[in-house]
Design a protein around this ligand. Structure first.
Ligand code: SF4
Length: 424
């Protein structure tokens, strides 16, 4: 990758930005692909058959937008496209991208493609420190999203939350990109920045009054994280009086770690060198995540993630056993139940049109709804067509409010809700 500029697709804006920053710390000239727009869909559609899923069209379109830039040089360009095991088309994206690039005469462009089969160990570009730096970027990207979603519906100065999120991302990126810093030293500096972010969010003028229905957003990882794909669904729900909590990206990393250990257990047994390495990696990730989140525990009361991915998989097991069903659907089902227990008044599964995950989950949700006082759960499908979803969301929010009134499952709020309006 020496001498190349590496482009990271914006699955989640914060995650991609901080991943790129982490890679810059080891001298990789990394940056995000351009923001998605109508031209993204046009290019992605032009070079795919129409049977691929929306995330493919968007990532392909954004990569091809890079090839149209005036300074594009194939031999100095690399595209980052991870791959995954499991019964889904995601595993085909990287080879498909390679094929399209070759057909367009861009054979010299490199496609960098770590795999989930080994828990993305292929990303260990320069030892464990780099992997931990990237992990910290991911955790912090999720954290900024969590703070944004829990604050923005209550802000009384429009735009204040987005501005605080932008400032936090810039500060995190600066620390993540420092070259030559050991992981522990970087962690210390990032914890300081987390404290600053927490204080900046606490100072946002806001009217914290309980009552907004909490809507859990689960589903296919790209579409639920990528606001262009899901037509800004969280902002739309906020405008209709709701509040969203979004299944984060690190959940997928925990899942791939679990899957890697499960695979090793089946093929090599519990006691092997690879299993030990996998356990050490997971332990280190837990340690760093715990340290980064320590300053914000109070602020995240009522918004806690499950203690481990096993808690999500346990909840999914009666409907979809993770040992026999590989992929995001086990996470969506398990997380929907977890969020219901946390007091969510509705669950929306965000799915690309024709995605098997959404289709399978849609068949299971009625049983989960019935087991949780008829909790409203609905799959919203997205295909890059600008259909008006506000009407459907409005109906869903009405159902969520009705559920909120009759449900015995109370939602917990952070202490600042009792103090009334915050900020100045
Ligand atoms: S999970 Fe669905 S939308 Fe996502 S890559 Fe796989 S098939 Fe496509």
């Amino acid at each position: 990758m020496v001498g190349r500029r590496l482009y990271i697709p914006q699955m989640s804006g914060p995650g991609a930005r901080l991943t790129a920053a982490a890679l810059r710390s080891i001298g990789v000239d990394a940056r995000c692909t351009p923001d998605s727009d109508a031209h993204t869909l046009e290019l992605g559609g032009l070079h795919s058959s129409g049977e691929e899923c929306l995330p493919h069209r968007i990532t392909l379109g954004d990569f091809l937008k890079v090839t149209e830039q005036a300074d594009f040089e194939p031999a100095k360009t690399a595209f980052f496209m991870p791959t995954a095991h499991g019964p889904c088309r995601f595993g085909q994206y990287a080879p498909y991208l390679r094929k399209v690039l070759d057909e367009l005469g861009h054979d010299d462009v490199m496609v960098v493609s770590p795999t989930s089969a080994n828990g993305y160990d292929g990303m260990q570009l320069q030892g464990a420190d780099t992997q931990l730096t990237m992990w910290m970027g991911l955790v912090l990207g999720d954290l900024v999203t969590r703070f944004t979603l829990k604050t923005r519906p209550y802000e009384t100065r429009p735009g204040a939350t987005d501005a605080a999120a932008e400032a936090a991302l810039a500060a995190f990126a600066e620390v993540l990109a420092i070259p030559g810093l050991r992981a522990r030293a970087r962690l210390r500096r990032l914890v300081e920045q987390v404290e600053r972010m927490r204080d900046a969010f606490r100072a946002i003028p806001a009217d914290y009054r309980p009552g907004r229905p909490l809507i859990g957003l689960v589903g296919e990882i790209f579409c639920r994280q990528n606001t262009f794909s899901n037509d800004q669904i969280a902002r739309r729900i906020e405008a209709l009086g709701g509040e969203c909590v979004l299944a984060d990206i690190s959940e997928w990393i925990w899942y791939t770690n679990w899957y890697q250990a499960e695979r090793l257990r089946r093929t090599k047994g519990r006691w092997c060198w690879d299993m030990l390495k996998a356990k050490i990696k997971t332990h280190a990730q837990h340690h760093y995540e715990h340290a980064l989140l320590a300053p914000v525990h109070e602020d995240l009361v009522g918004y806690e993630e499950p203690p481990s991915v096993a808690d999500v998989l346990d909840r999914s097991r009666p409907y979809l056993p993770a040992e026999g069903c590989i992929g995001e659907m086990v996470l969506s089902v398990g997380k929907a139940i977890y969020l219901a227990e946390q007091g969510a008044a509705g669950i929306i599964d965000i799915s690309p049109f024709t995605c098997m995950n959404g289709v399978i989950c849609e068949g299971i949700y009625p049983a989960i709804s019935a087991a949780h006082e008829d909790l409203p759960i609905r799959v919203f499908y997205f295909d890059g067509v600008n259909a008006d979803i506000d009407r459907d969301l409005e109906i869903f929010l009405d159902l969520a409010r009705a559920y909120q009134k009759r449900s015995a499952q109370a939602r917990r709020y952070p202490a600042y809700f009792e103090k009334g309006p915050a900020g100045s």
